[in-house]
Design a protein around this ligand. Structure first.
Ligand code: MG
Length: 290
């Protein structure tokens, strides 16, 4: 299933994409309004959604809704750095002994079609096309071989980064968490539809230029190893998002540098997961509220 969070006629809820339509779950009591509640409800909610798809009732044209990130505000948004050998090489660093996790704040998340704002403070705005997975089950101390069962599904992330702010401190946190630097989507594809998450082509385009062209088979730590490693430290919960790192081809390593410019569009495409597309815009004038 391709699960979406969307707004139609001023109500935000979840549904499933089928062809050019969305199966609307608004009137189904077994299906909660938010993806976090839906994932927490487990198989009962998944079965109810499957039944709705089979009945093909309450269809809304995909083109007539506003899509959001499938999980607009996850409990956790973790990402791994330096997880493709060719990207480690282009950064000039050593291959890490341990997975290098950092956090992106939930407030940076936007959906497909939403604008990535280039901040007034920096012109070093960069893209990172990545496979992301979503936790479907509360878990701790998960062995690698059981990890596939706690993953609800997969989506596309663009780990947009403000490079100079990333480089200011060893933790990267602020440079990874500016508002709008977390494009996620267009939907959550449930794990049963992805035969092997570690053999998917990944491409990132800036306008018509192919910048990243890779395959998830080249990750250093795979999704299941990440679940095992993270869950040694913390309880993972339904809806937690984990982004799995970017391959080579980021703008900061191009000559001349290929930072994102207002007016451009960045598209990340992953086999079986669709396309995550976001225009780049200047941060609006007078953006201050308190
Ligand atoms: Mg990244």
């Amino acid at each position: 299933m391709k699960l979406v969070t969307f707004t139609y006629q001023e109500t935000t809820r979840i549904g499933a994409v089928t062809g050019d339509d969305i199966v609307d779950s608004l009137d189904d009591q077994a299906i909660p309004l938010t993806m976090l509640e839906f994932l927490a409800a487990g198989d009962v909610a998944l079965d109810a959604m499957r039944e709705l798809i089979e009945r093909r009732k309450h269809l809304i044209r995909l083109s007539s809704v506003k899509l959001h990130a499938p999980i607009p505000r996850p409990g956790k948004y973790l990402a791994i750095g330096l997880n493709y050998a060719d990207h480690v090489e282009e950064t000039g660093r050593e291959k890490p002994e341990y997975p290098t996790f950092f956090t992106k704040q939930g407030s940076c998340i936007i959906g497909t079609g939403d604008a990535i704002q280039r901040p007034k403070l920096s012109d070093k705005l960069d893209y990172e096309g990545e496979l992301a997975f979503i936790i479907g089950k509360r878990c701790r101390h998960v062995p690698v071989e059981s990890a596939p069962e706690v993953i609800a599904g997969y989506t596309i992330a663009n780990d947009v980064t403000v490079r100079d702010w990333q480089a200011r401190t060893p933790t990267w946190t602020l440079g990874k968490s500016f508002d709008t630097t977390g494009p996620l989507g267009p939907w959550l594809v449930t794990r049963d539809e992805i035969e092997d998450p570690h053999n998917l082509s990944l491409k990132t385009w800036v306008d018509d230029e192919l910048r990243q062209n890779a395959n998830t088979r080249d990750m250093l730590f795979n999704c299941f190893e990440m679940v095992a490693y993270l869950s040694q430290a913390m309880t993972l919960e339904p809806g937690d998002v984990i982004s799995t790192g970017t391959p080579s081809g980021v703008g900061v390593k191009m000559k001349p540098r290929g930072y994102l410019l207002p007016g451009q569009t960045v598209r990340v495409e992953i086999e079986g997961l669709g396309v995550l597309s976001n225009p780049v815009a200047e941060e609006p004038e007078n953006l201050a509220y308190y």
